[in-house]
Ligand binder design. Sequence first.
Ligand code: ABN
Length: 174
Amino acid sequence: MSHELDRWFARGARGVARRTSRRHFLTRLGALLVGGAAWPLLPVARARAANGEPDPATPEGDPRHCGYWRYCAVDGFLSSCCGGTASSCPPGTAMSPVTWLGTCRNPEDGRDYVISYNDCCGKDVCGHCVCMRFEGDRPVYVPSRSNDINWCMGEEGVIYNSTVAIVMGVADES
Ligand code: ABN
């Protein structure tokens, strides 16, 4: 009986020694390093790059942040903080058919895109996430290039709620 107990303890002690040895630690560390290097090759990581958007954990990739890349020429409240998204208006509002255009660089691929900034109209001003950026903005006497205009002037009335930023396409380089 005591013989079996001895063997049982010896087996346990060998197991503990193996799991806490320096070689075991180095093996685990090596696996971690190799795994970390292979991470960008995994389908999940590639899926993020494939949608063409910067990392949503950064301001440039977060549509609720004024630093989001599409907002480079926005002036107003962000629809994405008001119940809508970066490209759709909040419920109960209607998108202005008249709009103004900006050109923003997407840091994910380094290309310039034409962005349409449409106002969402017909419901009281949202008041969340005010965002004013002025890339390419012109004074109001150049209305088609100014972001400081209330574009709510259609059937839904002049009440301004918020603004969306819709990607129209790659800006022509010529
Ligand atoms: N286009 C945004 C906006 C709305 C009202 C007043 C100024 C700017």
